[in-house]
Design a protein around this ligand. Structure first.
Ligand code: BG6
Length: 474
């Protein structure tokens, strides 16, 4: 629908930006931190850095938070590294880790920036992985205990909690993210068992949060992007339904209603991937209710009918956002109406509005966008300037669509794009930059790691200061 005027962003809208621990902190083995599955990887894609130093946020968080405050952030979404808090995942608590996040939270609150905490963002403790990771039910208990430690130590100051970042991407594209255990014998079947365990763990954490912190709010944080049918051909429509059910709704139906949707279940049955569900699991899943839905959105996806000849599954160059497919289920398709970024990801701001609407229609819970952004090869120019107009353009178009969705009646309470500051991409190194703040380093030359405000920094500052009004005049 078109409108004569668009609704304003709500007062107290949580404008901010996001990072994750292993991609920004560095200090991978300092102050008692244990290795995560990311640290334990034996290789990284050729020509890309590891995560040992990253943006050195661990040592420079005060300077970084001051810059976030200068931009006017109302919120900052970051993750806590499980291995800083409990180095081996289920053993002793590391006081130095507690101290670091406690200080970070205090620093944010000093500037009235609301901390939004992701409890687990891809970096499972490697000690747990060695014991079978999410294939073991013991990892559910370990996550519940870890959650308890977080709520005990930070619950007095943190009001917004996110359980697991992009669980759907870990299940569907774990090899790109470095989260897939290379030793799994029957990976897909095993992954749906892991998925089930993660969902139970998430439900337990949500219940625990509500018991321990009645004032706090908690929700899941999957990557949700509406799937379009490649055409109006009825078979393409069914394919889009299939992929939507498996990629998107499986995760939100479970988080909100505690049930496997029928298509996802039929898919797992057909493929032989149905998980073992223990007595009591479904009751736990149904008892847990999120207070909101957080989701990440970068691009939409398009699906056509499967050809059924084994040719649907295409190599995506190990990228979580490029088209793929699955025999008998759907076939990934390009969308001729969309432009692509430097990495082949389709840019679809209108699809963002549709995604917001669809999620809200299905679940009727407040929404917050916890990632959205443009990865690009930024260039540091003379006088410490970075003219990232392409990023401003991308963000502007997406923020405008949030405003359309708000006018449609969708309850959106925050926008936290990726990323607050340059960090290391999941599998494309540090040259693929997303931040409002440039970090002066290359893949293998750490240089001086100094912070430089990009053009988008000043632009976003104005967006926040005007509560989005400035976009109307541009
Ligand atoms: C999401 C993740 O998949 O996308 C982030 O939650 C990630 O951790 C972001 O960095 C961008 O993807 P990439 O692969 O460009 O780093």
């Amino acid at each position: 629908m078109n409108y004569k005027t668009l609704a304003a962003f709500p007062e107290n809208f949580l404008w901010g930006a996001s990072t994750s621990a292993y991609q920004v902190e560095g200090a991978w083995n300092e102050d008692g931190k244990g290795p995560s599955v990311i640290d334990a990887r034996d290789s990284y894609p050729e020509g890309t850095t590891d995560f040992k130093v990253a943006s050195d946020h661990y040592h420079r968080y005060k300077e970084d938070v001051a810059l976030f405050a200068e931009m006017g952030f109302k919120a900052y979404r970051f993750s806590i590294a499980w291995t800083r808090i409990i180095p081996d995942g289920d053993g002793d608590i590391n006081q130095k880790g507690i101290e670091f996040y406690s200080n970070l939270i205090d620093e944010l609150l000093k500037y009235k920036i609301e901390p939004i905490v992701t409890m687990y963002h891809f970096d499972l403790p490697n000690a747990l992985q060695k014991k079978g990771g999410w294939s073991q039910r013991a990892t559910i208990d370990a996550f519940e205990r870890y959650s308890k430690v977080l709520f005990e130590h930070f619950g007095d100051r943190v009001k917004y909690w996110l359980t697991i970042n992009e669980q759907n991407m870990m299940i569907l594209h774990g090899s790109a993210l470095g989260t897939l255990d290379p030793n799994l014998k029957n990976p897909k079947k095993e992954l749906y068992q892991q998925n089930h365990h993660m969902l139970v763990a998430q439900a337990k954490a949500m219940n625990l949060c509500h018991d321990m912190l009645p004032e706090a709010k908690i929700g899941p944080a999957p990557n949700i992007a509406l799937i379009y049918p490649a055409s109006s051909k009825p078979e393409d429509i069914v394919a889009a339904f299939n992929y939507n059910a498996i990629r998107n709704w499986l995760y939100l139906d479970m988080a909100v209603h505690g049930r496997y949707n029928t298509t996802a279940w039929a898919y797992m049955k057909e493929k032989g991937y149905t998980p073992v569900i223990e007595n009591g699991d479904m009751e736990i899943l149904q008892s847990a209710k999120p207070d909101f839905i957080a989701f990440n959105y970068y691009t939409s996806q398009t699906a056509a009918a499967s050809k059924g000849d084994g040719s649907d599954e295409v190599a995506r160059g190990g990228d979580q956002h490029l088209k793929t497919g699955e025999d008998g289920v759907y076939r990934g398709s390009s969308n001729p109406h969309l432009k692509k970024n430097d990495f082949g990801w389709e840019i679809d701001p209108v699809g963002f509005r549709s995604t917001l609407r669809e999620i809200y229609d299905r679940y009727q819970l407040p929404l917050i966008i916890t990632e959205n952004g443009l990865g690009a090869f930024d260039q540091l120019e003379e006088n410490d300037t970075v003219n990232d107009d392409y990023r401003i353009d991308y963000l502007k178009q997406h923020i405008e669509q949030i405003q359309w969705a708000i006018t449609d009646g969708v309850d959106v309470f925050g926008y936290s794009p990726w990323s607050a500051i340059d960090l290391i991409s999941t599998h494309q190194g540090c040259s693929k930059r997303y931040g409002f703040i440039y970090v002066n380093r290359d893949e293998f030359d750490l240089k001086d790691l100094r912070r430089i405000r990009k053009k988008s920094f000043y632009w976003y500052k104005e967006v926040i200061a005007s509560n989005g009004e400035v976009l109307k005049g541009s």
